[in-house]
Design a protein around this ligand. Structure first.
Ligand code: ADP
Length: 887
């Protein structure tokens, strides 16, 4: 080591050597040992030293010896020894140091020496300690110990005893123990003898086990029943330890018993537990879901109802698991609201859909309030969950209904308003209603009285009040309301309803008002009514019978004349109609024609007898016309029935008279004609015979001509009666129509030389008919043409085919013509055109009637085409004879 002296790293080397030295020493010396440098800093201390002073080895290195372990060695004697004594001598021996520890007084004998190492510049100090057992002693004396043990025994609230030997004989017991056992005599007695009731309660077995195994036993809240007096027992709860005691040979020789009476706590806790169980049982019977959460919001209790309602298991629901039973759509909101309420320690209220055990969702109301400990500290929440599904659905329905009502009201084109409360607050009114009132939207929210003050004094407030109180709906038809529209009071007419609105309990909360402005219709209807009543009044004063039907022919109205004539009331007439009053002879035809008119909408006209209330039938002419609207649709039938009985009778008399006259005239006229013919044949040779300036032959010829006319007239009148009596016989045969026309024209030309009659045979045919009768028709047409063409002598007869197998014979003249208005009547019996011409042209108005009848009886038809002043075309059309009719 010497060679290292003078080395620049000398210090390190010294240190190293000192350390090395110290370590070696520490390894070899077993006694407590310290090695210090010149400044008394610890270079090393061995384990024995550390043990002695209860310090960790590393804590002492590079620490001053006076500082270790809170200065345990910072003693003046040590300062003196190290700083003074060892400066003078190399070592000091067996210097005693006394150390006071908690439980003992330690006397250490210190040996210290100064060591001079060759390599070191300064010395090291070596300190060894030896436990001077002679002087080291326990702090307390046996007496002290015993006393303090006794103190502990006596004063400890615990019960202590020592049981000795395998029989567990009480060797020692403290006051508490004695008291616990009811101050029995126990010392020197075995447990079995002293506390016989303990045997059946398992204590002796435990003691035996502890004794046998040497393992201590710790019992918590173990119940023990002790006899008090002769018959009663007291139950106590003990926390106790059976600690085996051992002799010097380490053999178990007894048991130390330390017991604490915890009866009060146990009983109190049991009570709490019991009441909690009771409460839980009670809570489980409550028909609601109950829950309890801890401070942090996690759920620590849910009553049975939760589990049966949701089907969740206890494990699933605890903590925040209950949230999983909430509908996904509500879960987050409900969860957040709950956590927030819990954080703010505020009540919590939430409706959400909860999944039920069968997988359906139902609306529930979750209601929680914070709960507090006795110290008024927040202790989580407690709450209930109630099924409100039906209510919620109803609520939604009501809301939906209300929404629908609002949209219906607002969007309806018909005016609508809703008034609520007895004060009739305008809750809703759509634009149509506001327009109808002539107001603006500011009326909303006001009462009806405020919004429409002009209604005061009108019947509406009273009506609304009645509806509100009685619940009976009110219908108003064409009712008048005076409203201020554009600052002017105007009269309007409305069809409206007041309908009571009821809440879910059925109580009336408002009125729905729907209204339709019918002013226009009302006014025009009134006009119509007026004109209708005028019409009725008018129709009642006229002597004619007037009636009208609806478009289907149902009777609507009969005037007073009908009622007076038939003697039947309006209702019966409307029900049964007029046909039943028609004479049976005409009834069939009347019904046929009426039906025909109804189906074709053509004009109806017939003559028929009607039964008078006194039982007589009287002739009437019935006319009915279809009345159509602007679009040509049938509206109604209006009919007039005019009595023509007198005319008819007169006609009859005229006919009877004519018939009689004709009969009477027929024979003389025939004989006159015979004589005239005879005279003419005689005179044929004496053409120019003149008698008393009268040219005989022309006179006779004129007489003959007049007789022909007279004969025709007579036969026409006779035909007329035949027709009336339906006795007109037809002698049908097939003949050439062309020939008939030629012959007839020939005959007429013979007597009428003035007129030029031209015949056009455009078509040649035969017909199957009564030749004389068709000839008669032709004669009538041609003689009329002659008669009514005084200034134009051109007459044309045309035979032509109109349609397949139909032949038409037309007689055309260029005479006076007939105005169109008369066309429809000229084929009627006795019809003659009024006016001058009636007198100018002689006649009876029978010819065309007969012609028409004859042609109709041949299933043909007659037609007239004529213009006033332009001439006339009269024609008849007949069927061409068929092959087999040909003979
Ligand atoms: P009348 O004996 O009066 O001629 P008719 O029955 O033959 O009776 O004719 C009826 C009416 O028809 C006549 O009164 C006449 O006014 C009118 N009439 C008939 N034929 C013609 C005609 N060719 N031209 C003008 N008027 C005619």
């Amino acid at each position: 080591m010497k060679k290292l002296s003078g080395d620049p790293n000398k210090n390190n080397t010294i240190q190293f050597c000192a350390k090395d030295f110290a370590r070696t020493l520490c390894l070899t010396v077993t006694e407590p040992l310290l090695i210090l440098d010149k400044d008394f800093m610890i270079l090393k201390g061995n384990e024995a030293f550390c043990d002695l002073f209860h310090i960790e080895n590393q804590d002492i290195i590079i620490t001053s010896v006076f500082e270790i372990n809170d200065g345990v060695l910072n003693r003046p004697e040590l300062h003196k020894l190290l700083e003074e004594e060892l400066a003078q001598k190399e070592g000091v021996q067996d210097q005693n140091f006394t150390f006071e520890f908690q439980m003992e007084r330690l006397v250490l004998s210190l040996n210290a020496s100064r060591i001079k190492l060759e390599s070191e510049e300064s010395d090291l100090f070596l300190l060894t300690f030896r436990n001077n057992l002679e002087h080291t002693q326990n702090k307390f004396s046996i007496e002290d110990y015993k006393r303090s043990i006794n103190d502990i025994f006596v004063h400890t609230p615990a019960m202590i005893c020592i049981l000795r030997g395998p029989e567990f004989v009480f060797e020692l017991a403290n006051e508490s123990y004695f008291q616990f056992l009811g101050n029995r005599e126990i010392i020197g007695k075995s447990v079995r003898d002293a506390v016989p009731e303990a045997e059946n309660q398992g204590f002796i077995q435990i003691l035996e086990k502890v004794y046998k195994t040497g393992e201590p036993f710790i019992g918590n809240e173990i119940p023990i029943k002790l006899n008090i007096g002769e018959n009663s027992q007291k139950l106590s709860y003990l926390d106790f330890v059976y600690q085996p005691t051992r002799n010097s040979k380490r053999m178990v020789d007894g048991i130390f018993v330390h017991a604490v009476d915890v009866t009060e706590q146990v009983v109190a806790r049991k009570k709490v537990e019991e009441s909690e169980i009771k409460l839980r049982n009670f809570i489980d019977t409550v028909p609601a879901i109950l829950w309890v959460t801890a401070k942090d919001g996690s759920c620590n209790y849910l009553n049975k109802n939760w589990y049966s309602y949701t089907g969740q298991k206890a494990k699933e629901a605890e903590g925040f698991g209950w949230l999983k039973a909430i509908h996904l759509k509500d879960r987050q909101i409900a969860g957040k609201a709950f956590i927030e309420a819990n954080r703010l320690q505020q009540p919590y209220r939430m409706t959400y859909r909860l999944k039920t055990h069968d997988g359906k969702y139902r609306w529930v109301l979750d209601n929680g309030t914070p709960k507090y400990t006795v110290d008024e500290e927040f202790d989580g929440m407690i709450g209930t969950v109630v099924d409100v599904h039906e209510e919620k659905i109803n609520e939604e329905l009501v809301r939906e209904k209300e929404h629908r009502l609002r949209t219906v009201v607002e969007e309806a084109t018909v005016a609508m308003a809703v008034y609520t409360g007895a004060e009739m607050k305008i809750e809703l009114a759509n634009d149509a209603m506001i327009l109808l009132w002539g107001k603006d939207r500011s009326v909303l929210g006001k009462t009806l009285h405020e919004a429409l003050p002009e209604l005061d004094g009108q019947p509406f407030h009273k009506l609304l009040k009645d509806v509100f109180t009685t619940g009976k709906m009110h219908w108003g038809k064409e009712e008048r309301a005076d409203l201020i529209i554009n600052e002017k009071l105007r009269t309007r007419y409305f069809n409206y309803t007041y309908k009571p609105l009821r809440d879910e309990k059925g109580e009336i909360y408002g009125i729905l008002n729907m209204a339709l402005d019918v002013t226009q219709t009302f006014l025009s209807q009134n006009l119509l009514k007026e004109s209708e009543s005028h019409f009725r009044q008018l129709s009642n004063v006229i002597p004619n019978k007037v009636a009208h039907t609806d478009s289907e022919g149902n009777y609507v109205y009969f005037n007073q004349s009908w009622i007076d004539y038939t003697g039947v009331g309006m209702d019966e007439l409307r029900k049964d109609g007029w046909l039943k009053f028609v004479h049976p002879d005409e009834r069939k035809e009347t019904i046929r024609k009426w039906k025909h008119s109804l189906s074709t909408e053509r004009k109806f006209e017939i003559e028929a007898r009607f039964l008078h209330k006194l039982g007589k039938y009287k002739w009437h002419i019935i006319r009915a016309e279809a009345i159509k609207d602007d679009n040509g649709r049938l509206k109604m039938w209006v009919g007039t029935t005019t009595e023509i009985h007198k005319i008819k009778e007169e006609e009859k008399r005229k006919e009877d008279f004519l018939k009689m006259v004709s009969h009477e005239l027929k024979t003389p006229v025939t004989s006159i004609k015979g004589y005239v013919q005879l005279l003419l044949s005689i005179l044929n040779s004496k053409k120019d015979l003149v008698l008393d300036s009268i040219p005989l032959k022309p006179s006779l010829e004129r007489i003959d001509h007049q007789i022909i006319r007279l004969t025709r007239l007579i036969s026409e009148i006779l035909d007329l009666t035949r027709i009336e009596e339906d006795e007109l016989q037809l002698q049908k045969s097939v003949f050439s129509l062309n020939d008939l026309v030629d012959h007839t024209v020939q005959d007429i030309r013979y007597t009428n030389t003035q007129h030029h009659i031209k015949v056009d045979h455009n078509y040649k045919c035969k017909i199957y008919a009564d030749k004389d009768r068709i000839g008669q028709v032709l004669i009538n047409f041609i003689t009329n043409a002659i008669k009514y063409s005084p200034d134009n002598h051109e007459i044309k007869v045309c035979i032509e085919e109109t349609e397949n197998n139909l032949v038409q014979v037309t007689v055309k003249d260029k005479g006076i013509g007939i105005d169109k208005t008369f066309h429809k009547n000229i084929f009627k019996k006795f019809y003659r055109i009024d006016g001058e011409r009636e007198d100018t042209y002689s006649g009876f108005g029978i010819g065309l009637f007969l012609a028409n009848e004859i042609i109709q009886r041949h299933n043909g038809f007659v037609k007239v085409k004529s213009k006033f002043g332009k001439g006339s075309d009269f024609s008849f059309t007949l069927s061409v004879a068929s092959e087999n009719q040909d003979n």
